[in-house]
Design a protein around this ligand. Structure first.
Ligand SMILES: Nc1ncnc2c1ncn2[C@@H]1O[C@H](COP(=O)(O)OP(=O)(O)OP(=O)(O)O)[C@@H](O)[C@H]1O
Ligand SMILES: [Mg+2]
Length: 252
């Protein structure tokens, strides 16, 4: 479980996160949604200690994030950043392998190599595995980055907009892969999504943020109401149902 207690963040006195209290249970998929600038990436970056905690407390299965040894943290939690820059003169296989670094510290064993091959297969990257990352399309690179994050083998994966640059086929494939990983391997995915219908279709839970606070938290059915969506995104949209899931007609 990831426990976030009373976490606030500000940059030069401008409040970005306002007293967040949130409990993310182990297992399943949580989608984090909300408008641009709501604080989603800031919250993930604090959970993953990409920036120091200013106030409050965050623990991962009881381990306090601010004082945990880096290696211990990296064995529990992996993050795909929204702006993930990548060393380009690596092949896809080398990049995915790099996800194992917290386990092997630069000297991969057979198990690490085997897990990297499994990650290439899981995200259907075998055909691209010998390509240099800087020769890939945006969507191909994004999939390789997700595979690297998965390959780290942590209980918790934080993915900041993993569907960026993906076409409809690959976006659906990726969400289905993450669903399978959550169901079959009991891994926990916390995913920032702008596509509310992907969240509705694949997440167990939706946490909605706006202006540095959490304004809704629950199952897709509970969160995706017309009133909630208006409070989150600032305009009225229709909601229908398809295959037992809410379908938000946000584009009309
Ligand atoms: N280093 C920084 N210095 C000052 N302000 C920042 C900094 N990083 C983020 N912010 C501000 O914090 C707020 C939240 O940013 P954040 O990146 O967390 O939003 P987000 O919900 O991830 O948005 P998006 O959907 O656009 O990715 C924004 O108003 C942003 O301008
Ligand atoms: Mg963001």
């Amino acid at each position: 479980m990831i426990e976030i207690e009373n976490v606030s963040l500000s940059y030069r006195d401008v409040p970005i996160l306002r007293g967040i209290n949130l409990c993310l249970p182990k297992g399943g998929i949580t989608a984090l949604v909300g408008p641009n600038g709501a604080g989603k990436s800031s919250l993930l970056s604090l959970i993953a200690r990409l920036q120091p905690l200013q106030t409050g407390r965050i623990t991962i299965d009881g381990l306090p994030v601010d004082t945990a040894p880096s290696r211990q943290l990296a064995q529990r939690l992996a993050i795909l950043r929204q702006d993930g820059a990548v060393a380009s003169r690596l092949t896809v296989r080398e990049l995915v392998n790099f996800g194992r670094f917290p386990h092997h510290q630069g000297r991969p064993g057979n198990d690490d190599l085997r897990l990297a091959e499994a990650a290439l297969m899981q995200f259907e990257l075998q055909a691209l595995s010998d390509r240099f990352v800087d020769t890939l399309s945006g969507g191909q690179r994004q999939r390789a980055m997700v595979a690297m994050t998965f390959c780290q083998g942590t209980d918790y994966m934080l993915l900041d907009e993993p569907l960026n640059n993906l076409d409809m086929f690959h976006a659906r494939q990726l969400m289905r892969s993450l669903r399978a990983i959550a169901d079959e391997r009991q891994r926990t995915a916390i995913i920032v999504l702008h596509d509310i219908n992907q969240a509705a279709a694949h997440a167990d839970r939706i946490v909605a943020m706006r202006d540095g606070g959490i304004i809704a938290d629950g199952t897709p059915e509970a969160v995706l109401t017309e009133d909630n969506l208006e409070a989150i995104f600032g305009y009225r949209m229709q909601i229908t149902q398809l295959a037992g899931k809410p379908l938000v007609l946000h584009h009309l």
